[in-house]
Design a protein around this ligand. Structure first.
Ligand SMILES: [Zn+2]
Ligand SMILES: [Zn+2]
Length: 366
């Protein structure tokens, strides 16, 4: 069938093209996408800082309606509303232990460019197009995904608003609710107020944290954090943010979250915790980068933890997040701005200059 897709042929740009897409095989399902969130990792791949062979279709926060299913698919049916999430095999020891974000084949599955049988499902002008980014490649009118990576959600909630659940909201909210599990009244500092950090702020409020300190360079993001429940705001300046956190909570906070992936900020997050506090790294710097940590911080009983995708089991966690959004307890739709597929390059521009926190690309035919 012919679909419309944002194809990346050169670093930094999308072009909207007609693409031929094969029918679903085996456990694949064909999803008619309603919307797809734009996430930082899309931009990293768009700029080719993360190698992903071009031409390619990116996008990994898709939501849509199942249109057809492959002969071995049994968990979802045509007409189901689904939120697409990251890919995991489902049967390695780590997946069986309920930790699919750390699936032993996560890298191969999430950076796949072809189907497991080696064939490409997408072609443009007769040439193969890489697809399968995070199991999705959802900057398109349709995507082929494995059914286990499509999470069925209730059909009476507007789908487009749910797009960021598949990655960034799941990461930020999951980091707090699944990993840190703060007790009511505890203190938390969140460094970096993009979609992940703001989701962490919302989750901290849900968990009943008493002090929620939000830290960023931009006043508009601090204002948004205040609306999501932050009790204290720190606009980054030349002084140490960790020291400023400690003027608000003597000795340091119980929990700190880094949502920047900037090494110096990651070190600040650790330094903001007290001697038995826990810091959680949700941002991803390039793999060989060193984090400049003072050894003195290790003299206490601090815990430093990293998490991918908020340690989520998407099939369980995403429906919970839908309920929280639906009942106004996790109003992440407030940080989103909608762009039609034809305006995807404008969404990239606004995402880069910080004027939009979370672009949602909608797929209605122009
Ligand atoms: Zn696995
Ligand atoms: Zn992402």
């Amino acid at each position: 069938m012919e679909i419309r897709a944002a194809v990346t042929r050169e670093a930094g740009r999308f072009s909207i093209e007609a693409v031929d897409l094969d029918e679903p095989l085996a456990d694949e399902v064909l999803v008619r996408l309603v919307a797809t969130g734009m996430c930082h990792t899309d931009l990293v791949a768009l700029d080719q800082h993360m190698p992903y062979p071009l031409p390619a279709i990116l996008g990994h926060e898709g939501v849509g309606v199942v249109e057809r299913v492959g002969p071995q698919a049994s968990r979802v049916r045509a007409g189901d509303h689904v939120v697409l999430s990251f890919a995991a095999c489902g049967h390695c020891p780590t997946c069986q232990a309920g930790r699919p974000a750390y699936c032993q084949t996560a890298r191969q599955l999430n950076l796949a460019v072809r189907r497991p049988d080696g064939r490409c499902a997408h072609h443009a002008a007769g040439q193969p197009v890489s697809a399968g980014f995070f199991g999705q490649s959802s900057f398109a009118s349709h995507a082929l995904v494995r059914e286990r990576d499509a999470v069925r959600v209730r059909g009476d909630v507007p789908l487009a608003a749910l797009a960021p659940l598949g990655c960034s909201v799941q990461t930020g909210a999951g980091g707090v609710l699944n990993v840190l599990k703060p007790s009511a009244g505890s203190s938390i500092a969140v460094f970096g107020l993009g979609a992940v950090g703001l989701s962490a702020v919302m989750a901290a409020r849900l968990a009943g944290c008493g002090r929620i300190i939000a830290i960023d360079l931009h006043g508009t993001r601090l204002d948004m954090a205040a609306g999501f429940g932050a009790t204290d705001l720190i606009k980054v300046d030349d002084t140490s943010s960790a020291a400023r956190v400690q003027t608000l909570v003597a000795g340091g906070v119980d929990f700190a979250v880094d949502a920047t992936g900037v090494p110096a900020v990651m070190a600040e997050a650790v330094a903001a915790t007290h001697r038995t506090g826990t810091s959680l790294m949700l941002g991803l710097p390039p793999p060989t980068v060193k984090v400049p940590l003072d050894a003195g911080l290790l003299l206490g009983g601090r815990t430093i933890r990293a998490s991918i995708e908020g340690d989520s089991v998407p099939g369980l966690f995403i429906p919970q997040l839908v309920e929280l959004q639906r009942t106004g307890q996790l109003p992440f739709e407030r940080m989103c701005k909608v762009y039609p597929l034809d305006a995807i390059n404008e969404a990239v521009r606004d995402c880069r200059d910080g004027s939009t926190i979370k672009p949602i690309i909608t797929m209605d035919a122009a």
